[in-house]
Design a binder for this molecule. Sequence first.
Ligand code: ZN
Length: 242
Amino acid sequence: MGAGLRVTVWNEGVHEKVNSEVRKLYPDGIGAQIAQHLEKQPDIESVYVSELDHDGQGLTPVIVDSTDVMLWWGHTAHDQVTDENVQRVHERVLNGMGLVVLHSGHYSKIFKALMGTECGLKWRDVGEKERLWVVDPAHPIAEGLPEYIELPETEMYGEHFNIPQPDQLVFISWFAGGEVFRSGCCWHRGQGKVFYFRPGHETFPIYHDEWVLKVIHNGVKWAVPSGLQTVTRGNAQPLEPL
Ligand code: ZN
């Protein structure tokens, strides 16, 4: 798609308002911090930040229909997103919109709907070290990265991560406490692509890390709508005489 790429960062926007620690790290919100990096990229035309307390939960038909790739950050208010809005995003993904789901978005309604599994995992919030290893060095999401990324202090997510087998696995994380986790997973759903990327706990400066931001940008580029614009299904006339 190249120059015309329209990105929407959907940010739940709750922690920033109620937790001063989070507000200090993200004074304008987690969504705005991610957006300011994407806005600098010449291959992205526009970046819009949507939040739960916006009109229509920031997921109106106008917004969703004019988004090529949506990012999703949510943690504490997954249940507040209406089923109608989840359905709208789900249909757009099946029709080609890319979706990049971040960190605690593993428990969002939209991610669970797209996966069809419970999406649970182990977790521990003591600020331990994480090392994300690139396990698919030829994957577009690994473009320009070192062999591994280190985050000195983060929340641990551990296996088993209750997801369907990813179509492509880009990162596996190791944590100082001993667990491992599939941290960068890709799936195709209908004509759309879904990328789950683990880092992002709100009380650590994860979205200030240049490598994390680069992975998010690479994930957006990978998830761009591509391939056929229209696919027909149902009863079909033969192409050759039968
Ligand atoms: Zn977290």
